[in-house]
Write a protein that binds this ligand. Structure first.
Ligand code: PEP
Ligand code: MG
Length: 322
């Protein structure tokens, strides 16, 4: 099986009926780029930029960040890279950034919430990214966006950084695509309005499930509520993808669900454009994708959402088709 998969390293990610998709890698440091390329990734769909902050004993400077993003883009050799802006605070504290203790860190002062309130921390990251964009196709996405006002505020800071840099370097960063993660339930519900204002969505199912089921993603006692195949959750995912496409916005997914073999036919049936996963899952996914027909997958989605009552029923339905 592995030998068969290895032949797919340079093959396109395409369904049985010839529909093209993208299968991308999730990475944590610039050093992971080489492996992602080796595993045949069409791009990097999620570069978790937190490592820059977590692995440092001081707030990384704009120049230090620039070097890291440049290294990642050069290593991509022309393939697209999506960097998620810092997702720290809450349960991911930093020694050098004192923050008040919180009762509910997952619901607290973190990610884009911190970045919008402390632009002196956020702007160096945005400027480092804009400067690095000279070295390859770069997309930037914002984590934990819940409201349109947050999205607009993040975009305004990005545009402010770009304008400041463009005083000396006209046109710098004009090719950067801007996106947002869909991981807060309200953003998923409001996907039509969100889609009008971004180039792409990336569905973060780890958090989107945590918040929809109100179940801590790290707590074993409630792990039975991690249900990517729950029919109600599937209809929410479908709503997000449909909303994206109504507005010409690309729909990607970078949570664990994107690499789940039972979810794959359903996501293909919904028309999800990009699947971002751990690099080791890429070739297996490309191989399965090749044997799936998107028209049949779309019927499977209808059946799962309309006729199944539980995630177990959906899993059985998909298993019978695979
Ligand atoms: C997610 O929430 O699904 C996601 C991809 O981000 P993280 O796992 O880093 O929170
Ligand atoms: Mg998340």
């Amino acid at each position: 099986e592995r030998a068969e998969w290895a032949k797919l390293v340079d093959a396109p990610s395409v369904s049985k009926d010839g529909k093209e998709f993208e299968i991308a890698a999730n990475i944590g440091t610039p050093d992971d780029v080489a492996d992602a390329v080796k595993q045949g990734a069409d791009g990097v769909g999620l570069f978790r930029s937190e490592f820059l902050y977590m692995d440092s004993d001081h707030m990384p400077s704009e120049d230090e960040q620039f070097e890291a993003y440049k290294q990642a883009l050069v290593g991509m050799k022309g393939k697209p890279l999506v960097v998620r802006t810092m997702d720290i605070g809450g349960d991911k504290p930093l020694d050098y950034l004192p923050l008040p203790k919180e009762m509910n860190p997952f619901l607290g002062y973190r990610a884009i919430r911190l970045c919008l309130n402390q632009p002196e921390i956020f702007k160096p990251q945005l400027k480092a990214l804009i400067r690095a964009s000279e070295f390859g196709p770069l997309s930037i996405m914002f984590p934990m966006i819940g409201t349109l006002a947050e999205l607009r505020a993040a975009k305004a800071l990005f545009n402010e950084c770009k304008a400041e840099l463009q005083k000396d370097y006209p046109g710098l960063g004009d090719d950067i695509k801007l996106g947002m993660m869909i991981e807060v339930p309200l953003a998923a519900i409001n996907a039509d309005n969100m889609a009008k204002e971004v180039d792409f969505f990336s569905i973060g199912t780890n958090d989107l499930i945590q918040y929809n089921f109100a179940a801590d993603r790290g707590n074993d006692k409630v792990s039975y509520l991690y249900q990517p195949l729950n029919p109600a959750f599937l209809s929410l995912v479908k709503h997000v993808i449909d909303a994206a496409h109504r507005h010409g916005t690309k729909a990607a997914m970078c949570g664990e669900m994107a690499g789940d073999k039972y979810a794959l036919p359903l996501l293909m049936g919904m028309g999800l454009d990009e699947y971002s996963m751990s690099a080791t899952s890429i070739l297996r996914t490309r191989s399965t994708m090749k044997n799936l027909d998107t028209t049949e997958c779309a019927k499977l989605v209808e059946e799962a959402i309309n006729n199944c009552a539980t995630d177990v029923e959906v899993k059985d339905l998909v298993e019978a088709k695979l």
